[in-house]
Ligand binder design. Sequence first.
Ligand code: APR
Ligand code: PHB
Length: 393
Amino acid sequence: MRTQVVIIGSGPAGLMLSQLLHTHGIESIVLERQSRDHVLSRIRAGVLESTTVDVLRQMGVSERMDREGHPHDGMRIAWAGRDTFFVDTYKTLGRRFMVYGQTSIQEDLFAAADRRGQPVLCEASDIVLHGLESDTPHVTFVQQGEARRIDCEFVAGCDGFHGVSRKSIPASVLKEYEKVYPFGWLGIMARVKPLPDVTYANHPRGFALASYRTTSLSRFYIQVPLDHSVEDWPDERFWPELKARFPAEMAEAITEGPSIEKSIAPLRSFVAEPMRFGKLYLCGDAAHIVPPTGAKGLNLAASDVFYLSRALAGWYARRDAAGLDRYSEMALRRVWSSVRTSWYLTTLLHRFPHFSDFDQKAQEVELDYLKSSTYAQAALAEQYAGLPFEPEA
Ligand code: APR
Ligand code: PHB
């Protein structure tokens, strides 16, 4: 087989990239290790920045999002069970978020791929990238017991944190930055009416978050120790603990119901630089991980593939390599901005087991300052909204 771009991974990064390349008339083949059902069953965050909404509209995959998604204007922060304030990105910057689940985005992207006849080869194992520093890279893999090969001009590594793409870059070239946090998030989905705002709570018992997918589907999270498992958290234990972490009037507004999904994820910040090696370009979780506080992961995947598709379009239309040469530094500027914001929000809103009295006091003073200062709120709104895209030239 032969194509212009081989895309490794059919998560949001891989499928958004194949769709964007298609709008520029560039051919691709997507290779995925898992089955399509497996990819579609994953539940992740669901808050889209205005830039991500624009990218989805530009690629023609926004029809259901525009119909079923819920625009919202920012985030509410509560702490110590008493105070709340609203960080308003719409009032500050004129930019709104959209609440629309990543699972729905994956469905929309697979449907669009099917409509245009995009090859997405699932259950492909033993993927190996070859000749990345040459003009003739190729990818080998095994599908249904058969060894196969695709020759191409570029490889896009969209295969998440555990994929092969980043590992194909020599260690001497790659610089990795990592921070591991001493807790995880237990998340549940329940068919109950949500609170009106996406609300983050800092409480002596630990962090909690109220979010939603639709007017009758809620998503809640609580901070838990790293050694806990979902078996430690039956619904009867979860609901009182969640409510104990919100101010009384919000706790009263939370409707309980049976959980339809429950999972625990550890929190980590990670960045690998550069995001390019020869003909290989990394996008999304393959190059960086953010803790979920602020819901930046999917949004960074969207900005990476926006920059990469624009750079490849410049190459194929005009043989102009400037965008490709600048891809890594341009993508990383936006990545680091959101890595910093999600680290800041994680540090501001969680209870750290090893915090000294000094650290704890400093966190509370920071929250007091944010609540009292419209300037501080405007600065946070600007960071939470995500950097605007940089122009091409
Ligand atoms: N070969 C082929 N595919 C692979 C391989 C491999 N060796 N390793 C992993 N994959 C696939 C995974 O099965 C997955 O479907 O790559 C895909 C990567 O998808 P994600 O992990 O969703 O990463 P990404 O597309 O970058 O999305 C980033 O979405 O998943 C969230 O938390 C993530 O919000 C972030 C955003
Ligand atoms: C979610 O809705 O799943 C969500 C919202 C906000 C976050 C993280 C996750 O910061």
